[in-house]
Design a protein around this ligand. Structure first.
Ligand SMILES: CCCCCC/C=C/CC(=O)SCCNC(=O)CCNC(=O)[C@H](O)C(C)(C)COP(=O)(O)OP(=O)(O)OC[C@H]1O[C@@H](n2cnc3c(N)ncnc32)[C@H](O)[C@@H]1OP(=O)(O)O
Length: 303
């Protein structure tokens, strides 16, 4: 069965060899350096770079969408395509998500994709946001967020979809669901994801006040799992991944699914209503006005 799974994905001798050895637990130890080199693959879109090391079964996804890795429709589409590819490759067991941008993990949803756009665009955009969340939250892979910068709103959501969060211990960074500060309401599945992460009471306060937490505060409430110096975020994520990889996949995956399925099912069975709700809400004049003011504030802050 496992062998058949190995044979399914990659054609050719090299693919076959690498698949066979990635199905055994110590494949890389027996291989020539040349073959080991072939076991690394890299794919780059404009917005993300994915490096997959078949010898470890771990991929690293680097978000590289300047200036702040905001989640635009294009960015979300690239992420979803990359995730789908990794998910289909059974030799990929773990994924680390991090940022190539200095100081920012992700600024959350691209406000320009919600401001002054047609209802049709808003529909496409929101479907892509849902899709990214469903893919990450329901992933069979071990997912670790290496949060090497600020991570407000949708950026925080993205990190919360992962199994483990390691954040740079820099007091200038912040993380949280700050939607109410923009005059918008976090959808029910943002709220549910946060409840699943930090509990009901903390979520209630965090969401109503739109709180952004420093790394130390985030660690205290369990929004992140570990703080490390900035230059050690990725190495710590890699070390942590090794520990998680020691757990048999099937047991870990079933457990993850047991924990997350009710939340996933809730969105899956309400996707269309959630899209309609978003479009109705986001195209309101009052919401557009507050988004416009928020954008101006961001631009002024820079000047
Ligand atoms: C039922 C209805 C439900 C509706 C639910 C909608 C849900 C929304 C969830 C969201 O994610 S909304 C987005 C919320 N995001 C934020 O509040 C983050 C705003 N950004 C920041 O706080 C800061 O930019 C930062 C991320 C902390 C980085 O700070 P830094 O000082 O390094 O950079 P800036 O000078 O502020 O920004 C540089 C540049 O980037 C633009 N920008 C920042 N964030 C966004 C964004 N989210 N979308 C689009 N553009 C963004 C900013 O305007 C600057 O642009 P410029 O042209 O270079 O001046």
């Amino acid at each position: 069965m496992a062998l058949r799974a190995c044979l399914r994905t990659k054609p050719g001798l090299t693919g076959l060899l690498s698949q066979l050895s990635s199905c055994s637990s110590h494949g890389a130890a027996h291989m020539s350096p040349a073959l080991v080199a072939q076991r690394r693959s890299s794919s780059t879109s404009q917005k993300i770079k994915v490096d997959f090391d078949q010898s470890t079964g771990v991929a690293v996804m680097r978000m590289q969408s300047p200036p702040v890795n905001s989640l635009s429709l294009e960015f979300l589409t690239d992420v979803c395509i990359a995730l789908e590819k990794l998910e289909m490759d059974k030799s990929c067991r773990g994924l680390i998500v991090t940022s190539s941008q200095p100081k920012v993990f992700s600024a959350g949803l691209n406000i320009l994709d919600m401001y002054g756009k047609s209802p049709e665009h808003c529909v496409e955009f929101w479907k892509a946001v849902q899709e990214m969340w469903l893919k990450f939250y329901g992933s069979n892979m071990i997912t670790i967020a290496a949060v090497n910068g600020s991570s407000p709103a949708g950026g925080c959501l993205l990190s919360m979809t992962c199994d483990y969060r390691i954040m740079a211990d820099n007091p200038r960074y912040s993380i949280g669901l700050n939607e109410t500060q923009l005059g918008i309401v976090a959808p029910f599945w943002f709220k549910d994801t946060m409840i699943n992460t930090v509990g009901h009471r903390t979520t209630e306060m965090a969401l109503q006040l739109g709180l952004l937490y420093s790394p130390a505060e985030a660690l205290k409430i369990g929004l992140v799992d570990q703080l490390v110096p900035e230059d050690q975020v990725l190495t710590t994520a890699t070390e942590t991944m090794t520990k998680w990889l020691a757990i048999p996949d099937h047991a870990r995956q079933l457990t993850k699914s047991m924990m997350r399925k009710p939340t996933i099912d809730k969105l899956t069975s309400n996707r269309e209503a959630d899209v309609n709700n978003f479009v109705k809400f986001i195209t309101k004049d009052s919401i557009q006005k507050s988004l416009g003011m928020y954008l101006e504030m961001l631009k002024r802050r820079k000047a």
